[in-house]
Design a protein around this ligand. Sequence first.
Ligand SMILES: CC(C)(COP(=O)(O)OP(=O)(O)OC[C@H]1O[C@@H](n2cnc3c(N)ncnc32)[C@H](O)[C@@H]1OP(=O)(O)O)[C@@H](O)C(=O)NCCC(=O)NCCS
Length: 161
Amino acid sequence: MGVTVSAAAVAEWRTVRQVRLRALAADPAAFGSTLARELAFDDDLWRERVATGRTFLARRDGAVVGIASFYAEPGREDERQLVGMWVAPEARGSGVAAALVGVVRRAAAAEGATRLTLFVAEGNEPARRLYERLGFQPTGEVLELTSDPCRGQERYALALA
Ligand SMILES: CC(C)(COP(=O)(O)OP(=O)(O)OC[C@H]1O[C@@H](n2cnc3c(N)ncnc32)[C@H](O)[C@@H]1OP(=O)(O)O)[C@@H](O)C(=O)NCCC(=O)NCCS
């Protein structure tokens, strides 16, 4: 497969911005945020996002082919939430997402988290199948998708060793 995953360095914030904006443009239905919202972010906000050390880039032959991040949701201290998972169309179906989840799992566990959660938008069957294959289970918690109030998103969870 030849894919490497590493935490994005602060100096790579422009790369992170480019990939994230590409993801929002290509697959708007998959995300809670929108391209219009993030196009308005200033450079400092992108730097701050990357400075957490919780954004990961997947590369193949030097090209960025995937991205994923995680964060600590307020009030859920024992958990981390995986967000912004995206694999470039030219690299799909080759396990890039699984490689990203593997690295995020380890990083979340290293922070002491015991559970990794994420939200999947209603109708996003490839993502739902991927997460179930990786051991995530639906929790039954459904929230409105902020980018499209007509659709829901369901929380999935995975216990971390
Ligand atoms: C969901 C996503 C992250 C999966 O990434 P991936 O690295 O392709 O994951 P996998 O390699 O496990 O393949 C996932 C599925 O895509 C299928 N696939 C194969 N080739 C493909 C291609 N060229 N294009 C699209 N899907 C392909 C795989 O066979 C697999 O199908 P299955 O679930 O029926 O087995 C990716 O499709 C994506 O970025 N989608 C848009 C954004 C998104 O939905 N993010 C998740 C938000 S919760």
